[in-house]
Design a protein around this ligand. Sequence first.
Ligand SMILES: *[C@@H]1O[C@H](CO)[C@@H](O)[C@H](O)[C@H]1NC(C)=O
Ligand SMILES: *[C@@H]1O[C@H](CO)[C@@H](O)[C@H](O)[C@H]1NC(C)=O
Length: 663
Amino acid sequence: MMGETIMTSWFIRLFVCILGWKACHGLGYYDYFVPEGTIKAGLVAEGDTFTLNEKDLTIFSGTLHYFRVHPDHWRDTLKKFRAAGLNAVETYVPWNLHEPRQGVFDFGDLDEEMSAFLDLRSFLQTAQEEDLFVLLRPGPYICAEWDFGGMPSWLLRDENMRVRINYEGFMNPVRDYFNNLLPRVADLQFTRGGPIIAVQIENEYSGFGDAREPEGKAYMEFLKETLTANGLNESLYFTSDGILWNGDKGAVEGALMTANFNSNPGENLDKLKSLQPDRPLMTTEYWTGWFDHWLADSHSVTDPKDFGATLEVILQRNSSVNMYMFIGGTSFAFMPGANVGGSWPFYTPDTTSYDYDAPLSEAGDYTEKYTVAKDIIAKYNPLEGVVDHPEKPPQREKTAYDKVAITEHLDFPTLLAQQTSVEVSEGPCSMEQLPVNDNNGQSYGYILYTTRANLTPTSKLLITNHVRDLAQVLVDGVVMTKPYGTPDDISGFGFWNGKDQELDIPGSDEVAEVTILVENLARVNYGGPGDFNEKKGIWEGSVFIDGIEIDEWVIHSMEMKGKQVANYTGWQPFEGPLETPAMYRGVFEITEAPKDTFLDMSGWNKGVVFINGFNVGKYWKEGPPRTLYVPGPLLRTGLNEIITFEQYTPSSELIFSSVPILG
Ligand SMILES: *[C@@H]1O[C@H](CO)[C@@H](O)[C@H](O)[C@H]1NC(C)=O
Ligand SMILES: *[C@@H]1O[C@H](CO)[C@@H](O)[C@H](O)[C@H]1NC(C)=O
C-alpha cells in the first residue's frame, strides 16, 4: 500500500513536470511552491498569511463542481481558471451520486445516469496538471442547490432519520461512505505530491445546528476523527459559515474558521478576525451571483462592477478567496435542489441551469465578470510577475442545429407498462419506501398511484395533508387537472402548498380507474432539521374518494433513468399532441464534430428531455430559463435521438439555439 502510494505520487509529479505545465508555460505555481520537488510542509494557517511548503500563499480559488460540468470539458474549464490567475479550484463531493444504493459506490465505474461525471481522482489530477491546488469539501452535507444537499435519498427509509447530527443511523452510513471515499483521495494531498491543500468539515453547519452544543459538537468531532483516521489531517481543516450572522456556531477545534458572504466584506472579515485574531483570513464562499428557482420573475444577475468592488475589498484586507461559483454549470438529470421559505411560493425547486451569473457562463463562456476578476487578481497577487499565466483558451463554438420534427410518441399506458410496479394494501407510500433498487427505494423522477373506485357524477378525490410535490390526476385515462396557471394555484389541488385539497372526479356510476401521477420536483438542500424530512410522493396523509379511505393501490416507480428511456418500446407515429402525459421522439443527424448547443423549450409546457440516453434536465414554460444546455460531448457525429417526457402539451418540433435564454 505504502509503496503504491509513493509510486503514484512520483508518477503524478513526473507527469506534471514533464508533460504538463512546465513544458508549455513558464514558471507555474507548483514550480514556485515545490522547488525541485521537495515538500516539507502542507498548508499552514498561522499569523496573517497562509504558508504552503513554508512560502507565503494567498489563495485565489474558484468553484467548479465536477458533477455539473461535462468531464470532456473539465480541462478546458480548468485552463480558463488558471488563465484568470487563479491558483486553486474548490469542489464539493456529492454523496448521493457516489453511493446511489447503500454500500454500492460509484466513482465512474457504474452504469448510472451520472457515472461519467464521477471520476473524482481524474478531476483532481487534471486540476494539478493545470497548475491548480484543490480545496476539497467532502460533506457529507454539501447544500449546493443539489438534491437533499447531496445526501442519498435512501437515508429517508429510516422513519427516525435525523441528518447532520450525532444520530447513529446517520453517522454509520457517513462513516462507511467516508471510509470508501477518503482512501481514494488521501494520496492526492499536497503533502504526498498531489493537489489537495485543504479539506472542509461539514458545510455551513451554523445554518443548521450548533457545533458548540453537545449533539452538534459530537457530530462535528466524529467527522473530524473520520477524516483524520483516513489521513486527511495532512491537509488544513476548515469550516465555512455565515460568520456575520452565526459567529463561531459552526466552528470545530483544530479547523480554520472561514467566511461566506456576497456583501459587506469589511464587516464580515472584521468579525472573522475578531473571532480568530491569530490566523489568516479566508473567504470560502464569495458568492459571485445567485441561483434561480422555477416561477421566479427573472434570471438572477448582479452588476459586474459591484462584484469587482467586493472582490477588491476582500483582497485589500489580505483575505484569501474562493469565488463560489466561478462556473456554475448545470444540474443535469433530476439533481437540482430546492429551498423552503416563509413567502410565496413557499417551496422553491431550483432550475436545471446553475449558471449562477458566474465569471464563466453555464456553458463555459467568458463573461464580463471573468475579465473583472482576472484584472483584480493580477493587481493583488503577490506572485504577479513571478509566476506566469497562460493565454485564455478560445471560446468553445456554439451552434443551433436545424429544428427536429417529432416523429413518434409513446402513449401513457404503453409507458406505464414498462415501469416497475408494486401493489400495496395499506395506503399510498413515499417513493423512498418502495421495495425497488435492492430495497433502497426510488430516488428521483415520478411515482404513480392507481386504484379503482365506483364514481358518481359528484365524486370527489381528497388528498389529506400535502402531495410532494406536484400531482396530476387521470380518470380512465382522461386528465382531470390543469397545468400551473396563476400564483394561487400552488395552494390548490395537486400543488405542494395545497393542504387537504379536493378535486371533482365525476363518473357515471361505474367502476373507474383513478390515477395520480406525482412528480418529485427536488428535495430541499438548505434549512433547519425540520426541512430535511423530504420524502416524495403521497405519504403525509391518506387519500379518500367520496369519504372512503383508499388503502389498495398499484404503485408505479417511474424513475426515468436515461438508459431505461432509450430502451422503451411501443413507439407510434406522431399525429399531433396527446392529451395525457406522454413521451415524444425525434432524431437528427450531425455531419461534423458535435458542438455545444441549447434546446429552446419555449414551445413545450413541462417535462424532461433525454438526449442519446442521458437526462439533460427538466424544463418548465414558467421559467425563468427557456433553454436547456446541451454540451457537445453528449452528441455524436451521425444520428442523435431526443426524447421528451411532456406532462401537458407538447410542440411538434424541437428547436435549437446557439445562445442560452435564461429569462
Ligand atoms: C496586507 O498585507 C500587506 C503585506 O504584508 C501589509 O502591508 C498590509 O498592511 C496588509 N493589509 C491589511 C489590511 O492587513
Ligand atoms: C433494455 O432492454 C433489454 C431487453 O428488454 C433489457 O434486457 C435491458 O436490461 C434493458 N436495459 C435497461 C437499461 O433498461
